[in-house]
Design a protein around this ligand. Structure first.
Ligand code: FAD
Length: 441
């Protein structure tokens, strides 16, 4: 038995965890174990990567298989970490077409969550760049799925949270980049309305994201720094700069759980104030920053999830359709600010529709924020979820640990199709996680 949790360390559960070191044993485990789901690097926040009865650790599937420089298609086993892909291919001038906010995730995890990056509004999710995948089904078959082969299963597996089978390997596109640097332009929004306008005005930029101060109130509610980014060309670099800088972050670590009293409204407010004011000094400026600090700023501090203390934390990420987005996000921020539950760095971003049957993105604004677990948190989240449902929005399953079945069903309109497909392949009740049990899948 192993203690298992997601990155938020809520909930913490225990259960059997078996490591698959090869694709054959991973397929056998999928076909023989009841209530099973695969697990990558456990960077989903809640209970998605914890099997109902059994969990397959897929990080042993860690071999890269082939790379075709003509098409940019890289074929790897599903447990290969994104960090290894970048370390291997960036020095050769290739970068993944979509990356989430941490590089400590596996290819299987990125496909199963259909992760989105700062360019999702233009270039789609990770799933949009997957050419094919090999899927181990609960009945023992291993199927090659692609937009042209078993297309329904392919579509359901992208964003399907491991509930259609175990992804054994996949081929996906890398794009060519001239350097490993990003030209970053900082814009300052003094309130939510300015942030929404700036996100629209920067929508043609390849990458755009807003870091939002969730504890600001009154006229400053929603004040944000909007970071626009483009891959730098060789000509953008000062003479003598190395074209592909190695990763610099990961040298600091939070050594232990921080005591609960450290994280109070005052410390979080002070941090956000400092972050906003420091960023605001760069308003309108363009600087060239290394890839890791632009895409993965939080990876700079190992075990940063310990900051939230022993009880862990919840990341709440919703998406609200554009027509209602500003009003609903404002309402959510007001409630969080008066509750004092806000996080260090919250993110606001524009999204375009996702392509998987159960993909999270839709045309709208997404707000993601961390909240330390406390006795008063559940009622606050229930209030916020009701606002999301009323606006026809939904919550991201890769972050979720708390939403109700009703909230889930209201947001995921393809749920019946997904259930039907799971029935057809014999996955209902067999491929099962704590998340699927909680949400009645
Ligand atoms: C700091 C941080 C920043 C993040 N930023 C973003 C972001 O910007 N955008 C975004 O979209 N997400 C983001 N995430 C979420 C993260 O990208 C996803 O949760 C991703 O799925 C984690 O990958 P993993 O390998 O850790 O998977 P796990 O957390 O281990 O598993 C996640 C899901 O994938 C399934 N799965 C894993 N491997 C397989 C497999 N081989 N076959 C079938 N199913 C499998 C699991 O069953 C589970 O349902 C962030 C997470 C963190 C911690």
């Amino acid at each position: 038995m192993k203690d298992l949790s997601g990155w938020g360390r809520y909930p913490r559960l225990s259960g059997p965890l078996g490591t698959a070191r090869d694709m054959g044993p991973a397929a056998t485990a999928t076909a023989t174990m009841p209530g099973v789901t695969a697990r990558g690097l456990g960077r989903s926040y809640g209970d998605a990567a914890i099997g109902r009865d059994n969990t397959i650790d897929a990080t042993g599937l860690n071999r890269m298989q082939s790379f075709d420089p003509q098409t940019g298609i890289l074929a790897v086993e599903a447990g290969v970490p994104l960090a290894d892909i970048i370390a291997t291919f960036l020095p050769q001038g290739y970068f993944p077409c979509a990356v989430p906010g941490t590089r400590f995730v596996t290819v299987g995890g990125m496909i199963a969550s259909d992760v989105h990056g700062k360019n999702q509004h233009i270039h789609g999710t990770f799933g949009d760049h997957v050419a094919w995948l090999m899927l181990a089904l609960p009945d023992g078959r291993v199927m090659r799925c692609s937009p042209h082969e078993h297309a329904d299963l392919f579509k359901a597996t992208i964003g399907g949270m491991g509930l259609t089978g175990t992804i054994l390997s996949a081929g996906f596109r890398l794009k060519q980049v001239e350097t490993g640097w990003i030209r970053q332009t900082t814009h300052v929004a003094r309130n939510l309305s300015e942030a929404v306008t700036l996100l629209s005005q920067t929508a043609n930029a390849t990458y755009t994201v807003a870091w939002i101060d969730v504890l600001a109130r009154g006229a400053s509610l929603g004040r944000s720094l909007i970071l626009e980014g483009e891959h730098a060309t060789a000509d953008d670099l000062p003479w003598g700069d190395v074209k592909f800088p190695p990763s610099t972050n990961g040298r600091l670590a939070v050594p232990m759980d921080m005591p609960g009293w450290l994280l109070n409204g005052m410390t979080v407010r002070a941090f956000n104030e400092l972050y906003y004011r420091t960023g605001a000094r760069k308003a309108g400026q363009t600087t060239t920053v290394p890839w890791d600090s632009y895409f993965f700023p939080l990876d700079g501090i190992a075990h940063w999830n310990r900051i939230y203390g022993r009880r862990g934390f919840v990341q709440h990420q919703c998406v609200i359709p554009m027509a209602q987005a500003e009003g609903v996000v404002s309402d959510i921020l007001e409630r969080i600010s008066s509750h004092g539950a806000g996080s260090f760095l919250a993110v606001l971003k524009r999204l375009a529709p996702g392509s998987g049957l159960m993909s999270f993105p839709m045309e709208g604004l997404t707000l993601a924020l961390d909240m330390p677990f406390s006795d008063g948190l559940m009622p606050l989240l229930a209030e916020i979820d009701a606002l999301v449902v009323a606006a026809d929005g939904r919550l991201y399953l890769a972050k979720d640990a708390t939403q109700s079945r009703d909230t889930f069903a209201a947001g995921y309109l393809n749920l019946d199709l997904f259930r039907q497909l799971r029935n057809d392949i014999g996955a209902t009740g067999r491929m099962a996680s704590k998340l699927s049990e909680r949400l009645g899948l």
